[in-house]
Write a protein that binds this ligand. Structure first.
Ligand code: APR
Ligand code: ZN
Length: 249
C-alpha cells in the first residue's frame, strides 16, 4: 500500500493536470474478476499455450477450439461488473480540459462503466469479424449465425473475435488516436499494466517526451515504474476512487 505522502503527491499531479490521458491494462479489471491473459490459462484451458489460442496460426489449426475458448471468456466478461476503478475513470473526464482513455483490455468494462470514446488498442471480445477480412463485422455475439465457429455469411470464411492476436498489427487508426492522446496530454495515468506489450507500453514514454508527467497505479512493480514521477502501489479499485473522488469535479 502506498504511503500518505505518495498519495498526496499523486493527488497534486492530478490537481495540476489539464489534459489527461489514461492507459489501462488487465489490472484495472482484476477486481472485477476478469483474469489476466496469463491467469486465464487455468482449469480446463491450462494445457494450451497462448499462441495456440490467440494467433492466426492457432485459429487456422483448430478454429472450433479457439472459438470455444473465446466463448468461455465472453461468458466470464458478461458476468463481470465494472469495479470502483472503472467507475472513477468514467466520471473523471469532466474534471480535465481534455481527457482520453486508452485501454489494452478487450472486455468492454470501461464502456459498461460509462466511459465514452474508449480507445481500445487490442479490440473487443464482444465484437466478431470475418477471418478473411471481407468487411463483415458483428457488434453483438447474439446476432451471429449459428455454428462453432460460425461461417461468414458473405464470403464463407470463418468468423473470429475482433481482437488483436499475437503476431497481428494494431488497427493503425486506433493506434494513431492513442499516440495523439499521449503526445497531447500533460498527465499520463498508467493503471494495471505490466508494460511488457508494445506498442501500448511505449505510450507513457511518448507522453514523457512531449513533457507530460507520468503517474503509475499498480500494486506490483512494472516496467513503467522507472519513467513515472509517482508510483502508487495499490490496487486500481482502491487507488482510483481515492485519487479521483466523485465530489471533486
Ligand atoms: N490493480 C491494478 N493493477 C493490478 C491489479 C489491481 N487490482 N492486479 C494486478 N495488477 C497489475 C499487475 O501487477 C500487472 O502489472 O496488472 C498488470 C497486468 O499485467 P498483464 O497481465 O501483463 O496485462 P497487460 O499489461 O494488460 O497486458 C498487455 O498483453 O496478453 C496481452 O493482449 C494482452 O492486452 C494484453 C497485453
Ligand atoms: Zn467474410
Amino acid at each position: 500500500m502506498s504511503s500518505a505522502d505518495t498519495l498526496a503527491a499523486a493527488a497534486r499531479l492530478i490537481a495540476r493536470a489539464r489534459r489527461c490521458a489514461v492507459l489501462t491494462g488487465a489490472g484495472v479489471s482484476a477486481e472485477s474478476g476478469v483474469p489476466t491473459f496469463r491467469d486465464a490459462q487455468t482449469g480446463l484451458w491450462s494445457r494450451f499455450d497462448p499462441a495456440q489460442l490467440a494467433s492466426p496460426e492457432g485459429f487456422r489449426a483448430d478454429p472450433p477450439l479457439v472459438w470455444r475458448w473465446y466463448a468461455w471468456r465472453r461468458e466470464l466478461v458478461a458476468r463481470a461488473v465494472p469495479n470502483a476503478g472503472h467507475l472513477a475513470l468514467a466520471r473523471a473526464g469532466g474534471r480535465f480540459e481534455q481527457f482520453a482513455l486508452v485501454t489494452q483490455n478487450v472486455d468492454g468494462l470501461h464502456a459498461r462503466a460509462g466511459s465514452r470514446d474508449v480507445i481500445e488498442l487490442h479490440g473487443n471480445i464482444l465484437r466478431t469479424k470475418c477471418f478473411a477480412e471481407c468487411g463483415v463485422r458483428y457488434e453483438d455475439a447474439a446476432a451471429l449465425p449459428a455454428g462453432e465457429p460460425p461461417r461468414c455469411p458473405s464470403c464463407g470464411s470463418w468468423l473470429r473475435p475482433d481482437v488483436v492476436w499475437f503476431g497481428e498489427v494494431l488497427d493503425p487508426a486506433v493506434l494513431a488516436r492513442a499516440e495523439e492522446a499521449a503526445s497531447a496530454c500533460d498527465l499520463m495515468l498508467v493503471v494495471g499494466t505490466s508494460g511488457l506489450v508494445y506498442p501500448a507500453a511505449g505510450l507513457p514514454a511518448l507522453a514523457r517526451r512531449y513533457g507530460a508527467r507520468v503517474l503509475v497505479v499498480n500494486p506490483n512493480e512494472s516496467e513503467l515504474d522507472d519513467l513515472a514521477d509517482v508510483v502508487v502501489r495499490a490496487p486500481a479499485a482502491v487507488a482510483l476512487p481515492a485519487l479521483l473522488p466523485a465530489d471533486a469535479t
